[in-house]
Write a protein that binds this ligand. Structure first.
Ligand SMILES: Cc1cc2nc3c(=O)[nH]c(=O)nc-3n(C[C@H](O)[C@H](O)[C@H](O)COP(=O)(O)OP(=O)(O)OC[C@H]3O[C@@H](n4cnc5c(N)ncnc54)[C@H](O)[C@@H]3O)c2cc1C
Length: 414
């Protein structure tokens, strides 16, 4: 089969890789001159296979009211817009905040995430995919607040293989936490989780793809319209130019919404802006080796080779990915308080990206109402984690084969 894939982020590249691996032809279309320069560029680096609870959860609406009062210093900042899309998304988000809905969506995500881990392992072991700062280093979610710790401990899914730790055990697993141990109430440890550099991973995938005669990259060209004929997409426009397509797969992150709107397809995806700092490490003292999530501040820390990546925050309020210095200042302060020995966070490289998030936190995979149009979108804050599994599932769905995981809760119901 011949596919055009729109989007050269981690989702589009893994999808292209899974399709080419199965013998299909892929033309990957990316509007930037290089791949993975948008949300897949400097994310948290966490392959968080077992810690997948969606943002929408019981208690979050109330907590969000408190955060709104804290303004720029809150983990979540809401800027209301005159936008039907924003309000519909927020309403659906509120509906997803029931504990039972959160648990159900977490189970869908866990199933896909564990499959993703198996697929990446196969690609590493069978294809020799390497050199992207991958490590199996485990993930530790630390809690400073007793109530949040007790909730997290009570909600553990036995299928996830996680352990509940007290503060002393947290510091034993991750010695860089010793200075903080007195302030911790405990932690949730996922020994099977991993870390890697998402941008490097994308570049390694591309290096392999371009060696295949079945792959072509069209970079530096933005798709401006999808042209429909009856129940099919006939062609894509790039301004005045056009390209005929057999099958079209959308993996354009948050921008997928605007590509599909003119066809009357409303994706429930909103861009949740987040920020990161990348700090070059000059010593190895006081640096976490494990992936650490500071639950109450909503900050993640990952060591990627000789750098520390610090990522955090959710801004709900628009489509621009500019870096807001007030948010960066907050991130520098929190990182400096948590791991002060890592270096001077003012010297860190600053970045912001838009998470393509559904209200429920679950991605939209597979068929649409049009016969040759496929989706791999809406991975929110878990796109790197879920990419290989989602791509593999798509590889099965496009040829009508049964995917390795059950698809309930993971499709686009129109
Ligand atoms: C601060 C932050 C921290 C994060 N941390 C983690 C983490 O630790 N672990 C994890 O699993 N996930 C994390 N994520 C989420 C993850 O980064 C995203 O889910 C993932 O990168 C989304 O990938 P994507 O390919 O869908 O989107 P993108 O990477 O944005 O790729 C979409 C591509 O489509 C292209 N495009 C768009 N429109 C067009 C068009 N019209 N024509 C042609 N090309 C087009 C864009 O240029 C872009 O390259 C984080 C996100 C943020 C913001």
């Amino acid at each position: 089969m011949r596919f055009a894939v729109i989007g050269g982020g981690v989702i589009g590249l893994t999808t292209a890789y899974a399709l080419v691996r199965r013998g299909h032809h892929v033309e990957l279309i990316e509007k930037q001159n290089q791949v993975a320069l948008e949300t897949s560029f400097a994310n948290g680096g966490q392959l968080s296979y077992r810690y997948v609870s969606p943002l929408a959860d019981a208690g979050v609406p109330l907590q969000a009211l408190g955060w709104m009062l804290r303004g720029d210093n809150a983990p979540l900042r809401f800027r209301p817009a005159i936008s039907r899309h924003q309000w519909r998304w927020c309403l659906r988000f509120l509906q997803a905040c029931r504990r039972s809905t959160n648990r159900r969506n977490a189970a869908h995500l866990l199933r896909l995430a564990l499959h993703s881990q198996r697929v990446l392992r196969d690609w590493r072991e069978e294809d020799g995919l390497s050199d992207f700062a991958w490590r199996a280093n485990g993930k530790l979610v630390i809690h400073r607040d007793r109530a949040s710790f007790e909730n997290a401990a009570a909600a553990l899914d036995p299928a996830a293989g996680q352990r509940v730790l007290d503060a002393r055990q947290c510091a034993e697993i991750e010695p860089a936490l010793f200075p903080l141990a007195e302030r911790l109430k405990g932690g949730i440890y996922s020994p099977g989780d991993e870390v890697a550099d998402c941008h490097l991973f994308c570049r390694r995938l591309l290096e392999r793809l371009v060696r295949s005669p079945n792959f072509q990259l069209r970079s530096g060209q933005a798709v401006t319209a999808l042209n429909r004929e009856n129940r099919r997409i006939r062609s894509l426009s790039f301004g005045k130019e056009s390209l005929e397509v057999d099958h079209l797969l959308i993996a354009a992150g948050a921008a997928s919404v605007r590509l599909l709107q003119p066809l009357g397809i409303e994706l429930p995806i909103y861009p949740l802006k987040g920020y990161s700092l990348t700090l070059p490490l000059s010593s190895h003292v006081g640096i976490p080796e494990t992936n650490v999530t500071d639950y109450d501040n909503k900050v993640v820390y990952a060591r990627l080779g000789d750098q520390l990546r610090v990522a955090a925050m959710v801004d709900i309020g628009g489509w621009d990915a500019s870096v807001d210095q007030r948010r960066i200042a907050m991130l520098q302060r929190l990182a400096g308080e948590t791991f002060p020995g890592a270096g001077n966070y003012r010297n860190a490289t600053q970045w912001a990206g838009l998470r393509p998030a559904t209200p429920e936190g679950t991605p939209l995979l597979g068929a649409t109402t049009l016969d040759n149009l496929w989706l791999n979108v809406g991975h929110g804050s878990l796109g790197f984690t879920l990419a290989c599994g989602s791509a593999d599932v798509l590889g099965d769905l496009v040829t009508d084969q049964r995917p390795a995981v059950a698809m309930d809760g993971l499709t686009f119901t129109h």
